[in-house]
Design a protein around this ligand. Sequence first.
Ligand code: ADP
Ligand code: ADP
Length: 220
Amino acid sequence: QATIEVNGLRKRFGPTLALDGMSFTVRPGQVTGFVGPNGAGKSTTMRVILGLDAADEGHALVGGQPYVSLRRPLTHVGALLDAGALQPGRTARDHLLWLAHSQGLDGRRVDEVLQQVGLRSVARRRAGGFSLGMRQRLGVAAALLGDPPVLMLDEPVNGLDPEGIVWMRGLLRSLAADGRAVLVSSHLMRELEDTADHLVVVGKGRVIADADVTDLIAAA
Ligand code: ADP
Ligand code: ADP
């Protein structure tokens, strides 16, 4: 099933306690906003979910399984972690083809996802010349490549212009409306309050609020 379960994660980097009992669930059919100041542990949580960092304690499951045990992970979870991470010499299209092939997928969805993120007209341009906003879109295209039921996007609105922000909101809404579980982080509550169904607010490596947006508004 399309869920992310984060249970009691603790993680230290030297003297820094980055995660201090981080626990929450991301449910299918919802955009879950992951909100907190810089340094609160959002990126580290996502990296642990993806097996890029090891937790000292606790565990994270994607669709009931540890990420590392997933075969063809791109078909289970799509992630945008660092929009700068692409090969500048490749065209946008070749970047996605390379990524698909490296994961044992064919390239059938490449043109579709380029269309979906609005990069069709620049698909044959070198990604090295892309603006940050275009890189964000390309990163989202990569996350959508395997048509995964679970998506995780770290600060996807960074570098987008106002039109791009509206586009991103619509995309996240439609991905959740199709039944996907979508986790999206931001250090700004206002970036997520119109987009998210559910908010997980974090500080100092732990959850300080976890509620449906409608309940939060009713309580305010
Ligand atoms: P956020 O994504 O909410 O901004 P991070 O997960 O990036 O927070 O960081 C949480 C804390 O862990 C911060 O204090 C950060 O400096 C620290 N941290 C993250 N990654 C590393 C690392 N590789 N080495 C040392 N400290 C790190
Ligand atoms: P974000 O703002 O999205 O949390 P960062 O810029 O904090 O991302 O982190 C980018 C990379 O640098 C990550 O791989 C993270 O683990 C690493 N990092 C973050 N903080 C530190 C730190 N204090 N020392 C070393 N590496 C860090």
